[in-house]
Design a binder for this molecule. Structure first.
Ligand code: CA
Length: 233
């Protein structure tokens, strides 16, 4: 399986981008999205603190030179009420060195010249892991791939191994539709004499259990003629 595992990269991590250069911000947002993160972009430093309070992001990418309020001042202010992981984006290497010497409470620094969005994503991942993001996963659906166990808002789901594999595949797909054919791979890894009908039947049982656990929310959608999709609130 080539999809990222749920344990490794929690699907729901939300990143606040505070950056006044629209092209830079768009590039960051694209790369973060491709890595399974959601993001929000603001360009004015004055909006940063209210934004963190309102949305409680899992991590902040914070440019130093900003209109309204500079990044260092924003970071100091954030630290008065929040331990949200902060990565500062700086324009020059010398500035990065200077930032290292200041106690503004940032967790990491990245130089924008030369700019590597890949490096930013790698640092985001590393910092989320360091700060124990996985343990603070806010998704109502918890999946423990090692133990083959899943829970909805802390209440264990009583799933068969096949149902567990289907649920994990749907969760890893993060809202994308998976075809019956694709889901078939997760039904019987070693036995090919199964049909689409078998997938439907397992998904039906899985859906019934999820519906019961979530109080009737229709989390698994059937996309006619295509397959299934998991929609998490
Ligand atoms: Ca700037």
């Amino acid at each position: 399986m080539t999809t990222a595992t749920t344990n490794d990269t929690p699907a729901a991590a939300h990143i606040l981008i505070v950056e006044d250069e629209p092209r830079m911000a768009a590039l960051l947002a694209d790369y973060l999205q491709a890595s399974g993160y959601t993001s929000q972009w603001i360009a004015n430093g004055l909006e940063a603190v209210p934004s963190v309070k309102a949305r409680q992001p899992d991590l902040v990418l914070l440019d130093v030179m900003l209109p309204g309020q500079d990044g260092m001042s924003v970071c100091r202010e954030l630290r008065q009420f929040s331990e949200v992981p902060v990565i500062m984006l700086t324009a020059r290497v010398e500035e990065a060195d200077r930032l290292m010497g200041l106690e503004i409470g940032a967790d990491d620094y990245i130089c924008k010249t030369p700019f590597s969005p890949r490096e930013v994503v790698a640092r985001v991942k590393a910092l989320l892991r360091r700060s124990g993001y996985a343990a603070r996963e806010v998704s109502p659906l918890q999946i423990d791939a090692q133990a083959y166990k899943a829970a909805w808002q802390g209440a264990p789901l009583d799933l068969t191994p096949v149902e567990f594999r289907l649920l994990k595949a749907l969760a890893d797909a993060r809202g994308r539709v998976l075809s019956r054919d694709k889901l078939l791979d997760f039904v019987h890894a070693d036995q090919r004499a199964v049909t689409d009908r078998v997938v439907d039947s397992h998904v039906k049982n899985l859906r019934r259990k999820l519906d019961a656990a979530s109080g009737g929310q229709e989390l698994i959608r059937s996309i006619y003629g295509v397959g299934y999709r998991l929609d998490l609130p």
